[in-house]
Design a protein around this ligand. Sequence first.
Ligand SMILES: [Zn+2]
Length: 428
Amino acid sequence: MRGEFALVGGVIFTGRAVLKGQALLVGEGVVRGLVPPSELPREIEQIDVAGRLILPGFVNAHHHAYSALATGMPSAAARNFREVLEQVWWRLDKALDEEALALSARWTALQCLQHGVTTLIDHHASYGVVRGALEIVQREFEACGLSSVVCFEISGRHGRAAAMAALEENLSFRPGPRGARLIGLHAGFTLDDELLREVGERVPDDVGFHIHCAEDVVDVANAQGQLLERLARFGIVRRQSLLVHGVHLREDELERVARSGAALVHCPESNMHNGVGSLDLVRATALGVRVVCGTDGLHSSMLRSYAAAYLLARHTRRDAGVGFAETGRMYTSTQGLARSFWPDSSGEIEVGKRADLVVLAYQPHTPITTENAWGHVLYGAPLAPVQMTISGGVVRYADGCWPGWDMRSITAACTRAAERVWARLRVT
Ligand SMILES: [Zn+2]
């Protein structure tokens, strides 16, 4: 569906405030107005969402589309975090061919839409296809209607020449109209000083980095406890950068992150999944860190991640009084990332801004106000499926279908690509 239409009969959470009895008018890709239904132009098409909750499309601050074909992939049992990387991810990223890479990106983008995500910040690795990889990935994201920020993770794990090719890929990439870029770095422990120096010298001052930081103790140990100091020395800790995880950063390092203005990406389920510990969200927030949220390749549901972050904060602190305000603030900061990449996006439902919207199959059955809206999101919404996802004023997903996409043939193509990639893994 394109053109003008209005969502009527819904409860609107703009990201800041709850509006009731208002129609949401969409046209020319933007939110044209929030008006009483009686004031809608007579000819406008009306979509009655029957009391359901309308939210801004979600922003995912850290994902790995390249991991999409790993679901069910056989692998040797890993004894620690480094073995997980060596046995699963570093082998997979080398085994992807161009078609597998494109399908991974397409499938992930369609999953994002299914979960109401309209802006994706992806951290890409495919050392089997380096040159042109970001163009392939972002083209797929864009074809599905996502706004996306991409980067290629530079790492010394496959040797110097591969790392330099990854740097060139980051520097030479030119984003499309709904695209943006960061400079991707894997993590300190796979980047030597010479490599970081070269990266620091060649990346312009106004471009941010996207790097895993203190996810596991191996990253901290490699830097003899001076991880953040080391990254800062090469200019990586800057306002435009995303530092991912921060599980093992000390208090003084978190304060330094806060002063730098860089965002720290919390990926609660990924941390639990890898058994690496977890970021203390309450402490990081109290220290003034701008914490944002991502899914880290595990899945594409931000609602699920916010709910997990909330539970994990309480579990970590053994305190039933924390986590609510901190996750609410994290949501606001995550949505705000959209604004920092595109002036026509705000991460909120705002008149004149891009119409990135999600309608949840969640009908608030208790009073909902601006004050308690986050409680509805945390307790009521995560188990409700998405009914409709709209990006740029276009319906991209509705009632289990993706208009314009033949999911049966896409999943069949993914299965064939996964068989090919998995077979390659068995012989390499
Ligand atoms: Zn990651």
